[in-house]
Design a protein around this ligand. Structure first.
Ligand SMILES: NC(=O)c1ccc[n+]([C@@H]2O[C@H](COP(=O)([O-])OP(=O)(O)OC[C@H]3O[C@@H](n4cnc5c(N)ncnc54)[C@H](OP(=O)(O)O)[C@@H]3O)[C@@H](O)[C@H]2O)c1
Length: 262
């Protein structure tokens, strides 16, 4: 388990109010690490922050913001400038509203692009520099199996998660020699509140992964980068990456259609 001595006294979790993000928060807080939690909705954010303070006695700061907005970095800098942030977990990814690209508003398509590409890039750049200078720290990005191949009705999301994977590999190569751990945790269907709100929750024939287990997997393997695929999906991940692209896209489309029918 990560300690405050290992990475530093504070961690920031983008998308830390519920689901896997809240599981990360509880695990870090149990090690005495203070937290900055980011998400859009105030109520789940404050509920999680209160629980962390009461259960673990750590300091928790919250910032309600949309991570896809252009002022995200400046607002995050303002709330974190006076503390030593030793760990950044970027969990927010919002597969959210699946729809054909041409049926989406230009704003919503680009929002997901920023959420999974430009904002994590800006946050990693901002927080990794002092980590590199201190010779310690951790960056953890939450990826998706959706990155293996282009996915119908999730065009921006699947492409953006592909960016995140490659970006994470590159920063691992840049930061590892300086003592900073970097990992992209690639997960499949996981039983989060967002998944349930999208009507894609657990079913008997296809149980979704447990968010607690996914958070534990990421934290236990933080120094095992650049990429860790949930072992229960590793074989499919490797097989699909090696396939002709048309076949991989067809499998991905079929799998998403089956999930939506359940
Ligand atoms: N659940 C799955 O089946 C699954 C499968 C593969 C990969 N993943 C990845 O796992 C991560 C977590 O997924 P999730 O299912 O918990 O859904 P999520 O919609 O990414 O929500 C996770 C957290 O991020 C926050 N968030 C989402 N969009 C945000 C935005 N635009 N600005 C600020 N905060 C935002 C949410 O709070 P608010 O809604 O209040 O903002 C919540 O705290 C994501 O990166 C996702 O791509 C999930």
């Amino acid at each position: 388990m990560i300690s405050a001595e290992q990475y530093g006294p504070w961690a920031i979790i983008a998308g830390g109010s519920e689901g896997i993000g809240a599981c990360f928060a509880h695990r870090l807080a149990a090690s005495g690490i203070h937290l900055i939690l980011l998400a859009r909705r105030v109520e789940p954010l404050e509920r999680t922050a209160d629980a962390l303070r009461q259960e673990h006695g750590v300091e928790v700061r919250t910032l309600a913001l949309d991570l896809s907005s252009p002022d995200a970095l400046s607002r995050i800098r303002a709330i974190s400038h006076d503390v030593e942030v030793g760990a950044l977990i970027y969990n927010a990814g919002g597969a959210g509203n699946a729809a054909a690209l041409v049926d989406q508003s230009p704003e919503s398509a680009l929002d997901n692009l920023h959420l999974n590409t430009s904002t994590p890039t800006a946050l990693v750049q901002h927080f990794a520099k002092p980590m590199r200078d201190r010779g310690r720290g951790g960056i953890l990005l939450i990826g998706s199996l959706g990155c293996i191949a282009g996915t119908k009705e999730l065009a921006v999301y699947s492409a953006a998660k592909s960016y995140l994977l490659t970006f994470g590999e590159a920063i691992w190569a840049e930061l590892t020699p300086h003592g900073v751990h970097s990992l992209v945790l690639v997960i499949g269907r996981t039983l989060t509140p967002a998944l349930q709100r999208a009507g894609l929750g657990d079913t008997e024939d296809a149980p979704a992964a447990d968010p607690e287990q996914m958070a534990a997997l990421g934290l236990d393997n933080w120094n095992n980068g650049p990429v860790l695929v949930d072992p229960s999906h590793m074989q499919a991940f490797e097989a699909m990456r090696a396939m002709p692209r048309r076949k991989a896209v067809e499998i991905m489309v079929r799998s998403m259609e089956q999930q939506r029918k359940r």
